[in-house]
Design a protein around this ligand. Structure first.
Ligand code: HEM
Ligand code: HEM
Length: 129
């Protein structure tokens, strides 16, 4: 989870850098987009891993899912991450809406990460005496 938050922060930094370069019509280094893309792919992988661990671990322990809002929060984050990735692949000159969708989903993703962390933390509390 820490790694996916770090990935998110790096994506925000490199994304805002590209945004400012575009606004100022100044050039940006070519590696910047590749770096942003690579970190993005890593974050998608990490979040899917957390989803798998969460589902397999809960099934193994309880034999069922859906003990708390953490399930919905987790599924929301996974959905937003996939939407962000999907919209990113569509960003080009012909589809300006894809960029807005990408930036919008990433702002929603920030809230999603907060939600999944808080609900995750409260299920952790259940195991403590
Ligand atoms: C899910 C993984 C992600 C992938 C694969 C991805 C990929 C991309 C791509 C391909 C672009 C278009 C670059 C271009 O203009 O050529 C882009 C733009 C952008 N990304 Fe991401 N991104 C991801 C996540 C994020 C996150 C989490 C944030 C912010 C927290 C973010 C912020 C931005 C911003 C602000 C831009 C706009 C750059 C501009 O206006 O020129 N991205 N991203
Ligand atoms: C993107 C991040 C995450 C995703 C996608 C995710 C996903 C999931 C899912 C789908 C479950 C099964 C829940 C159920 O069926 O009730 C689960 C269980 C669990 N997760 Fe996460 N999780 C994430 C982050 C976290 C974090 C940050 C924590 C701790 C602070 C955490 C702690 C737990 C615990 C303790 C369980 C067992 C739940 C139970 O016994 O009801 N998770 N997770």
């Amino acid at each position: 989870m820490g790694l996916s938050l770090l990935a998110y922060l790096l994506l925000a930094a490199t994304g805002i850098w590209m945004f400012r370069a575009r606004q100022n019509r100044s050039s940006r280094p070519n590696w910047l987009r590749s770096l942003h893309y690579a970190i993005g792919g890593t974050m998608v992988g990490l979040v899917l891993l957390l989803l798998a661990v969460g589902i397999v671990g809960t099934l193994g322990h309880f034999g069922s899912l859906g003990h708390s809002p953490h399930l919905i929060a987790g599924l929301t984050v996974v959905g937003l991450v996939l939407l962000s990735y999907g919209s990113a692949t569509q960003i080009n000159v012909k589809q300006p809406w894809a960029r807005s969708l990408h930036i919008g989903t990433n702002i929603a993703l920030f809230v999603g990460f907060l939600w999944v962390s808080l609900t995750g933390w409260s299920v952790v509390q259940k195991y403590l005496p």
